[in-house]
Design a protein around this ligand. Structure first.
Ligand code: FES
Ligand code: FES
Length: 182
């Protein structure tokens, strides 16, 4: 019988796993990963970062979004080995010393989360977008989150929350201070 893809997976030896060192939410970490493991696999399975959500697994829903060196990426389409020596931020990295990020507070104030499954990815995309476009319009915000699907809210409250932050100089000041520290 011709071997199928599942046979190839079953034949992959554990010894193919190698240590990947990188910075996760400001802390140096190390995890074992094989060349074919995704960043999503490594974050959730090896490091317990279950705040990074698995949705479609094929780059469609945006639920797995993390920041890689400050830029949003789909963790399901990024290989674990690609983050070696780099900086990964999950939604846990948005809060500082137990204080929620202004965007997180805005999501609460505007009731922008229902089941909350899309929320980590939405927050990270919105954070990166407002950092680079602090005075964004409502239409620009809608375009910025177009790659992040939400099954619950109809998006209006999410856009309301992000727009409130776009008007808030607090976000701009914080984002600029963070950029200056890099
Ligand atoms: S789980 Fe990665 S884009 Fe859907
Ligand atoms: S709040 Fe449920 S998917 Fe967005």
């Amino acid at each position: 019988m011709t071997p199928g893809p599942e046979d190839a997976v079953a034949a992959r030896p554990e010894t193919d796993r190698r240590p990947i060192r990188f910075v996760l939410n400001g802390r140096a970490v190390e995890a074992l990963a094989a060349p074919w493991d995704t960043l999503l696999d490594m974050l959730r399975d090896a490091l317990g970062a279950t705040e990074v959500k698995y949705g479609c697994g094929e780059g469609v829903c945006g639920t797995c979004t993390v920041l890689l060196d400050g830029q949003p990426v789909n963790a399901c389409l990024t290989l674990a080995v690609q983050v070696r020596g780099r900086e990964v931020t999950t939604v846990r990295g948005l809060s500082q010393d137990g204080t929620l990020h202004p965007l997180q507070r805005a999501f609460i104030a505007h009731e922008a989360a229902q089941c909350g499954f899309c929320t980590p990815g939405m927050l990270l995309v919105a954070h990166a977008f407002l950092r680079d476009h602090p005075g964004a319009t409502r239409d620009e915000i809608r375009a910025a989150i177009a790659g992040n699907l939400c099954r619950c809210t109809g998006y209006t409250r999410i856009v309301d929350a992000i727009e409130a932050c776009a008007r808030d100089h607090g976000h701009r000041d914080e984002a600029q201070a963070a950029l200056e520290m890099k």
